[in-house]
Design a protein around this ligand. Structure first.
Ligand code: PLP
Length: 385
């Protein structure tokens, strides 16, 4: 299938009915034909007709779609991106292992590595993932996982996935990438050699800000291990939410192309505005990750950040004055969203930790939606005036 055909038809072969849209199997459990049938299903990994926490036909069709989009052998859907990320990591490490993780991950994942896993004897070294020498220097004999995210919050840091994959291969370490911000339309980490991909499907995969969901994709053997975590920790997606994510995926290509184009236009307009000190967008030639992004991304994505002179007050005032763009966290939906990072997404960090994460007091993060780019540019201009 060519690129625009794939999202439309991904997972279609896993639809067990004659209905064009995958039916929502809104059921917790399934009838057995016989005791032998029940016993056979109970021996399987991820059976789709035993009990919905173990698997479900609607969810399975979504999982096949995500595996196809990511070029993976298999995938699993989850109730949230954090459900997916924590299950994937827990499937990869055990007590005594060491993790090398990027220092710019989604805060929930940083919390998992720094506070939760440390209690169970798994220790993490956080490094700047754009510094390959530092990344390699952080690897120890007991390192079992390298975890990165690209582009990353909030300065759109770009990690060279092929280089990370090579390091993992050479040192026999599993590599995992959170592909939420790029989406499989813009970046396919597995094709670049990364072993496993994690998603907050809440964002571009679902695409309409109306569902919270997650996914993990990778080799069949690894995904089977992740399934044990799904079954035990129980972050299973509801069949209705699985349907919504799968429906969103059908328009992934057209949506993300538009997000890419509008974000580029807004980035250029903001970069030319004297009230804006700096714009972070990997599509701009002055972004430190531009060359790597141009290599590994089909488009530069729908996320950008910019810094205002005037610090925290200017940042807060600007987001409050937006009329069309919604002042809200999250990303990847049809409506454009903006947040003042220092008071919201990074509000619980100390000033020093915020600085380390690249969050200046006036930084505003934007998820560029599907509105006309000229309306978006006009809204930011009036909010800054
Ligand atoms: N990964 C990234 C990059 C995110 O931006 C988020 C949420 O914002 C998550 C993971 C967590 O996903 P969820 O909110 O669906 O649990």
């Amino acid at each position: 299938m060519r690129e625009h055909t794939l999202p439309v038809h991904a997972g279609a072969h896993a639809n067990p009915s004659h209905a064009l849209a995958v039916p929502i199997y809104q059921t917790s459990t399934f009838r057995f034909d016989s005791a032998a049938h029940g016993a056979e299903l109970a021996q399987q990994t991820a059976p789709t007709q035993l009990y919905t926490r173990w698997g479900n036909p609607t969810t399975h069709a979504l999982e096949c779609a995500i595996a196809e989009l990511e070029g993976a052998e298999a995938a699993l859907a989850f109730a949230s991106g954090m459900g997916a990320g924590s299950a994937a990591v827990l499937a990869a490490v055990q007590s005594g292992d060491h993790v090398v993780a990027a220092n710019c991950l989604y805060s929930g994942m940083t919390d998992l590595f720094e506070n939760v896993l440390a209690r169970f004897g798994v220790h993490t070294t956080f490094v700047d993932p754009t510094d390959l020498t530092a990344l390699e220097a952080a690897v120890r004999a007991e390192t079992k996982l390298i975890y990165v995210e690209t582009p990353a919050n909030p300065t759109l840091q770009i990690t060279d996935l092929a280089a990370v994959a090579e390091l993992g291969r050479n040192r026999r370490i599993l590599t995992m990438a959170d592909n939420t911000w790029a989406s499989p339309w813009n970046t396919r980490p597995i094709a670049l050699g990364i072993d496993a991909v994690v998603h907050s499907a809440t964002k571009y995969l679902a695409g309409h800000s109306d569902v919270v969901a997650g996914a993990v994709a990778g080799s069949r053997a690894f995904v089977d291990r992740v399934w044990t975590m799904l079954k035990v920790f129980g972050a299973c997606i509801s069949p209705h939410d699985a349907f919504l994510v799968h429906r969103g995926i059908k328009t992934l290509g057209v949506r993300v192309e538009r997000h890419n184009a509008s974000a580029m236009a807004l980035a250029r307009a903001l970069a030319a505005d004297p009230r804006v000190e700096r714009v972070y967008y990997p599509g701009l030639e002055d972004h430190p990750g531009h060359a790597v992004a141009a290599e590994q991304m089909r488009g530069f994505g729908g996320m950008l950040s910019f810094e205002l002179a005037g610090g925290i007050d200017a940042g807060k005032r600007a987001v409050e004055r937006l009329r069309l763009v919604t002042h809200a966290v999250s990303l990847g939906g049809t409506e454009s969203l903006a947040v003042h990072a220092a008071s919201t997404t990074h509000g619980t960090l100390s000033e020093a930790a915020r600085r380390r994460a690249g969050v200046s007091p006036g930084l505003i993060r934007v998820s560029v939606g599907l509105e006309d780019e000229n309306d978006l540019i006009a809204d930011f201009r009036q909010a800054l005036s």
